[in-house]
Design a protein around this ligand. Structure first.
Ligand SMILES: CC(C)(COP(=O)(O)OP(=O)(O)OC[C@H]1O[C@@H](n2cnc3c(N)ncnc32)[C@H](O)[C@@H]1OP(=O)(O)O)[C@@H](O)C(=O)NCCC(=O)NCCS
Length: 159
């Protein structure tokens, strides 16, 4: 278990996602994104060896999840969300910390992601982990035509 982040939200644990979690995960996904992943997308994710999916649990309830892939030494953070009642308690930070520790053990040393340029809360979260903007994908999001910022962070200094 990783000690990168002290949690400010009681006893939250992080474990691997299973197919039994998908209804709860989907409920959070649908309230978190304008173009949510479908249940089929999450289910497929669970069977791809390069993909890793974790859930944050509190009192037997799923309060957040993170989905990422590892290709050799690079991690791609593909999805992260926290239930509305549980935001700003360090849960996303805890899940990112777990992702970094797990990926580091598997030989990765850097991580990338795309984020909507309007998603200031997520950008602030990522900056706390040392992410920096390295590029832009113009018109990346179909629903709004918004650009995606491409962020990268090295694990060095985080662990
Ligand atoms: C972004 C998200 C995952 C953050 O989850 P969280 O558990 O609330 O984040 P944390 O509590 O770990 O936040 C850590 C820090 O990130 C920053 N942060 C997080 N959410 C923020 C917000 N809405 N506004 C400003 N800063 C924010 C703060 O610096 C925060 O530290 P603080 O609470 O001590 O000020 C959550 O808001 C969410 O699910 N959003 C919808 C889905 C989404 O946008 N996912 C990211 C897609 S790229």
């Amino acid at each position: 278990m990783c000690a990168l982040v002290k949690l400010n939200g009681g006893s939250v644990t992080v474990r691997e996602m299973t197919s039994y979690d998908l209804d709860e995960v989907l409920a959070i996904e649908q309230t978190s994104f304008s173009t949510p992943w479908t249940k089929a997308m999450f289910r497929e994710e669970l069977f791809i060896p390069l993909c890793h999916d974790l859930v944050a649990m509190c009192d037997e309830r799923i309060v957040g999840y993170i989905c990422f892939s590892i290709v050799v030494d690079e991690v791609h953070l593909r999805n992260i969300a926290v239930h509305g009642d549980w935001k700003r308690r360090g849960i996303a930070s805890k899940m990112i910390a777990e992702m970094i520790c797990l990926s580091s053990e598997k030989g990765a040393d850097r991580v990338t992601l795309e984020v909507r340029e309007s998603n200031r809360g997520a950008i602030d979260l990522y900056k706390k982990f040392g992410f920096v903007v390295k590029g832009v994908r113009p018109l990346y999001y179909n629903d709004t035509g918004e650009d995606a910022l491409i962020l990268w962070a090295d694990f060095e200094g985080m662990l």
